[in-house]
Design a protein around this ligand. Sequence first.
Ligand code: NAD
Length: 551
Amino acid sequence: MSNPRTVRAARGLTLSAKGWQQEAALRMFHNNLDPEVAEHPEDLVVYGGTGKAARDWRSFDRITASLRDLEGDETLLVQSGRPVGIMRTHEWAPRVLLANSNLVGDWANWPEFRRLEAEGLTMYGQMTAGSWIYIGTQGILQGTYETFAAVAAKRFGGSLAGTVTLTAGLGGMGGAQPLAVTMNDGVAIVVECDGSRIDRRIEHRYLDVRADSLDEALDLAARARDERRPLSVGVLGNAAEVFPELLSRGAPIDIVTDQTSAHDPLAYLPAGVPFGDWKDLAAAKPEEFTVRARESMAAHVEAMVGFLDAGAEVFDYGNSIRDEAREGGFTRAFDFPGFVPAYIRPLFCEGRGPFRWAALSGDPADIARTDQAVLDLFPDNEHLTRWIRMAQDRVAFQGLPARICWLGQGERAAAGQRFNELVASGEVSAPLAIGRDHLDTGSVASPYRETEGMKDGSDAIADWPLLNALVNTSSGASWVSIHHGGGVGMGRSIHAGQVSVADGTELAAAKLDRVLTNDPAMGVIRHVDAGYEEAERVAGAHGIRVPMKES
Ligand code: NAD
C-alpha cells in the first residue's frame, strides 16, 4: 500500500547503529528508497518494474530497527524484503544475508509469484533493489556507455557521431540510454509512455530535450545527426506503436534497442491502453493484460527485426523482450542477439564488471577523492580515465554520492585496498560501501542475458551464482544476497550480490582483499570452465586455481 513518508539515508559521522558495517547497510537500504534514487519510493519500488527494497512498510521499520540493534557478531536474515531472524555468527560473517523472490523450479513463473506476493509472502527484489546497492541511473550508465562504444567500434568506425539510435524506456535503468549515446557522440530518440519519466531524466541531466511530436523528434534528430552533434530526444508514446510507425515511414535509424520493463508483462504498457488505466487494468485482469502486453511486444520486436532487415544494428538490452515477443506469437524474435554475447562477454572473461561504491558521509568531495585514487591506480587505462572524467563532468549524483566503473580481476582488489587506506587516513571523511551490480562476470545465470550463448551450452546452469554467494559469504562480505528473476523476469535468472564496507580497519582490509579477489575470480573460473581461452589466460596471470586445468 502506498505510504507518503520520505526516506533518506543519514549523512555524516554520527551512527545510529552499533558499528559502521551495520550503519552502512542501514544507509544503503534507506538510500535505495530516497525519492532522488527510487522510481516509486511510496510503494518501496526502487527500479526495474516492481523491484523493491523491502516487502512492506512494517518490514521496512523492522529492518531499520534490527540494523540499529545488531551487534558486530550477529547476522540479520532477510527473506524477500522481510526481516525473519537475527543469529549469532562471527565478525567475519556478513552482517546481513538476503534471499529475494526465489521459487522452486516448477513454480517459478509470474502468475505463481504474483499469487504469493498478493498473499504477502514474497516480493520482487530485481537485482540491486532488494540487495541495497542501487545508486540511481549512474549504476547502469557505464555498462550502457560501454555497450554503445562496442557498437560504435563494430559498425561505425569507433564513434556514434552521425548516427541515430532508436530505443524506448526512460525508467531507472533505461534512463541511462540517452546519455550513454551522447557520450559516444551519437543522437538518440527515446520513446517513453510516461511523461513524468521524460521530465525526470531531463531534470537529472540524462536526457537533453523533449519533443512534442514524432515529427519534431525526427526533425531534431536529423539536424543533429547531419551536424554530427550529440543530442538525445525524449518523445511521449507507446513503443509498440511508435517503432512500427517509424519503420513504415522509412525513418533513417542506424541502431535499435529497447529498455522498457519487458521482463514483466504487467510493467509493459500494451498498445491501446491509456496510460492512466495501466495500473488498475493490470491489477484487475492480469491474464488478459499479459496477453495484450505480449501481443504489443510482438509488434514492437517485429519492427526491430524490420530495422534489422533494413541494415540497422539491433540488439536486446537485457529485458527479455525477445522471449516475451516470442510468447506473443512473433517467430523471428531471436533474429537479433542479446548485448552480452554481442559485445560484453570478452570483458566478463577478464573478470571485468560493474564495480561501484558510495560515500556514506554524503559528501561529494569523498567521491572526488576516490575518483582521483582510481585515476592514480590505473594511469595507463585511457578508457577508464575518459570515463571517470566524463562521469565527473556529466553525472548528477542521486542520493548518497556514488561512482561506478568497470574493473577487472586484480583491479578491484587494488581499488578496495586503496579506498580502505583513504578511510583509515581520514582523506575520505567516512567509510565507503563497495559493491556491484548482479549483472557481473560470475554472479548470474541468465540464458537470455549474461549467459546467453555460452561456448559450452551451459547457459541455464545456475550453480555458479549460488557458489558466488557462498564464496562471498565465506570471504568476508558485509552483506550477500541470492535472487531469482532479476533483469529478465521470473523463471529466467538466478543471481547473487555482495557489498563490502571499507571502514578503514585492518579487518576490513583483510576482508576486502579476499572478497574483491574471489568475487571477480568466480567469473574468470566460470568462463574458463565454459572453454573461453581468454579467461584461462587471465586465470593464469592472476594465479586463480582451476583444478581441472591442473595436471
Ligand atoms: P523501469 O520500470 O524503471 O522503467 C521502464 C520504463 O518503460 C517505464 O518508464 C515505463 O513507463 C516504460 N514503458 C513501459 N512500457 C512501455 C511502452 N510500451 N512504450 C514505451 N515505454 C514503456 O525499469 P528500468 O529500471 O528502467 O529497467 C528497464 C528494463 O531493463 C527492465 O526489464 C530491467 O529488468 C532491464 N534491465 C537491464 C539491464 C541491463 O544491463 N541491460 C540492467 C538493469 C535492468
